[in-house]
Design a protein around this ligand. Sequence first.
Ligand SMILES: Cc1cc2nc3c(=O)[nH]c(=O)nc-3n(C[C@H](O)[C@H](O)[C@H](O)COP(=O)(O)OP(=O)(O)OC[C@H]3O[C@@H](n4cnc5c(N)ncnc54)[C@H](O)[C@@H]3O)c2cc1C
Length: 527
Amino acid sequence: MAQNYDAIVIGGGHNGLVTAAYLGRAGRKVLVLERRELLGGCCITEEVWPGYRVSTAAYVNSLLRPEIIRELDLAKHGFEMIPRSPSSFTPFPDGRSLLMGPDAALTQREIAKFSTKDAENYPKYEAMLTRVADFLEPLLTQTPPNPWGGVRDLMQLGKLAWKFRKLGRAIGADAIDIMTGAAKPILDRWFESDQLKSTIATDAVIGAFASPSMPGTAYVLFHHVMGECNGVRGVWGYVRGGMGQISESIASAARSYGVEIRTNAEVGHILTRDGRAIGVALKDGTEFTAPRIASCADANITFLKLMNENELPAEFVQGIRKIDYSSATVKINVALSEPPQFTALPGRGIGPQHHGTMHICPSMDYIERAYDEAKYGKPSTNPMLECTMATALDSSLAPPGKHIMSMFIQYAPYHLVGTTWEAEKEKFADRCFDIMNEYAPNFKQSVLERQIIPPPEMERMWGITGGNIMQGVMNLNSMFSLRPIAGFAKYRTPIRGLYLCGAAAHPGGGVMGAAGMNAAREILRDG
Ligand SMILES: Cc1cc2nc3c(=O)[nH]c(=O)nc-3n(C[C@H](O)[C@H](O)[C@H](O)COP(=O)(O)OP(=O)(O)OC[C@H]3O[C@@H](n4cnc5c(N)ncnc54)[C@H](O)[C@@H]3O)c2cc1C
């Protein structure tokens, strides 16, 4: 006899857990089924080596919606942010370096080392982003209108147009530029220092298979300034205990509302009858029934792996097939015997250079060249490295005196030409370590362990198609009313009772929880 629930959530990613928690809070009997042995999807902490607790995938947080933190009382369930100040450090080959944020005076002083004009412009640039964010941020927690829908949708679109109009012509044009354009020309207009531009540009390409001169990257840049840390906008922080603590705290909140969570429970098939979802069958054949099924797995998995295509409209299947899952990032997690000692900012212990993201990305051309190779199916010879060492601020993550470093690296395409990741990954990691050593000569000798995760491995470990970290690219043509595909952005699908609740849906990737929260609202609206 199949067990019966009011709702079943496929996938215990943080978004799935948020959906489950909100449904549980509303009194529904909810079951979460997670494929892996641990919860969190791409928002996890894993003990990779004894005593080292590593945020193997996502490594910094700012996007998690404050209303979720508040409404689910996540602090009570163990969620705590650790702000980073400074938040970024970029060493350059000429021995200079740039520290940035959130301390405005420090940032201006540091930028002035490269350009006094840029130092003056930087607060104005931030103010422009803040005004655009004021317009865009409320959209994150809205259900997108369907431009091809009814009167209510048109009224919602009208309200949006009115709000946009109120931005004024100049900021309105900036907003369009940010939503559609490339990061490089925008940065070129604002700044002259290549060092500042390349540091900022890392956020424009992170996780995207694109260079800063390609349209769409300005939005990726912007996506990274929309969050907050303990109420301070645009600030990224560590999570005490690692990113998995976000997922654990949401799971704990969900359990407090009576939600049942099962791990090692891989769904093999979504059960339907007469165009309506009625339950799921696990890979081992166990069945559970519910009139509402929400999937936190990506759209490719949900519709093309867990369902038979002939259960779905052909046009819908075609749309899902068109989703872009390209990816070009490798994650290397490293255990270190000591912090890197940068030639550009020497010192043996923990210093300000270790608090935030350590960028190895010396110029705009460096990023463009790194991308050029990847576009022809080759890992970059000189990749961009984005390194964080959470143990600088949270010593609980490693044995005393030891450290963990997360290296998020691009470009490294999923599909390599003439070789495989199995053959390349150790060489690629060696190359990344050589580059790091040029800036911090003690680095290589301090490496105790390493875990290399190229895109196909990300796909296998975390169940993300193509290794795309956002469950599908974050271009304007796949955002808002067009995510996952046009006409289906309201979390509902062509199958009645089946919903998407993960990053595949609006507002997309990042540890935001917004998709999960919005989906829960729509599910409850349907009764
Ligand atoms: C390497 C990497 C680095 C990142 N860095 C950051 C960062 O620093 N900050 C940030 O904000 N974002 C970051 N991101 C993006 C962010 O982590 C993701 O966009 C976000 O976690 C997606 O959450 P989700 O809950 O929507 O989906 P996912 O985390 O993808 O969860 C989906 C869940 O569904 C499960 N599942 C799939 N199929 C089945 C099935 N058949 N049965 C049962 N369960 C199933 C999966 O195992 C998984 O647990 C990063 C992502 C990666 C991969």
